[in-house]
Design a protein around this ligand. Structure first.
Ligand SMILES: [Zn+2]
Length: 261
């Protein structure tokens, strides 16, 4: 059981855990920044400290369990306060038990008692800002879409955008707190004003060219949303989930009942 570290660009490490989610570590000359903490099954703190001995801060892009449960390894984290309710729900016992069972089914060894009983400090309020790591900056941008408190990170020196769950080739926008599809689209589209050339997202380990994300947002037109077929997502059978296919190999799953027709 170990994380896999992908050194994708100078000072940029995309860290994939065995549960299939990635975190990104940005390492400057003076300090580092960990973007997301993962499921908390593996010791992400140890992984970070094997890469860098610099001081570092941890931000959570949103409050979902696969980004937030790893906060158990850190004394403090930061997150946009709009997601505090989700954070409380997704780090509570029922979610931990479900994740633990899922880890076991993958054959991963977990200290069950520690996982269930760990005290996870509530994140401190994050706000939009530019964090100067020394030779590398992280611009924190609040982009309500996947959740109301979702944020992305722009690294100007690498022309790199970290979209977390606000975009990946299989973007989920059907959770109760997810913004309606058209609002989701317009909020994320504003990011194309930035001169990024590459994108990292939470649920893939490779670097994507900007054009792949662009094709996605060009493809989720009002018509594509209206005509998207119904799809069933396990555990979400009571949500009116529909799936648009905006570009080859990409899907957008959203709550049709929130669509502004
Ligand atoms: Zn999420």
């Amino acid at each position: 059981m170990a994380v896999t570290v992908h050194p994708v660009l100078p000072g940029v490490y995309h860290i994939a855990d065995s549960m299939g989610v990635c975190q990104t570590l940005l390492v400057g000359e003076r300090e580092a920044l960990l973007v997301d903490a993962g499921y908390g099954i593996e010791d992400i703190r140890q992984a970070v400290e094997q890469i860098t001995s610099l001081p570092y801060r941890v931000i959570l892009t949103h409050g979902h369990h696969d980004h937030a449960l790893g906060a158990r390894y850190f004394g403090e984290t930061w997150m946009f306060p709009q997601d505090l309710e989700d954070f409380a729900e997704y780090t509570a016992q029922p979610t931990r038990t479900r994740i633990l069972n899922s880890a076991r089914s993958k054959g991963l060894a977990v200290d069950e008692k520690a996982y269930l009983s760990a005290v996870i400090p509530g994140p401190k309020p994050l706000c939009e800002q530019i964090i100067d790591l020394g030779g590398l900056t992280a611009q924190i941008i609040h982009v309500p879409a996947h959740t109301p408190g979702s944020c992305v990170v722009y690294v100007k020196e690498r022309q790199l955008l970290l979209t977390a769950d606000d975009w990946n080739p299989c973007t989920w926008a059907f959770f109760p707190k997810a913004l309606p599809a058209q609002v989701f689209r317009s909020n994320v589209r504003k990011l194309f004003d930035l001169p990024f050339t590459h994108v990292l997202c939470s649920h893939r380990d490779q670097l994507y060219p900007r054009a792949v994300m662009q094709a996605f947002f060009d493809g989720i037109t009002d018509e594509a949303l209206r005509n998207a077929p119904r799809v069933t997502i396990g555990g979400w059978e009571n949500t009116n989930t529909h799936e648009a296919a905006p570009a080859e190999g990409q899907v957008f799953v959203f709550d049709y009942d929130k669509l502004q027709l």
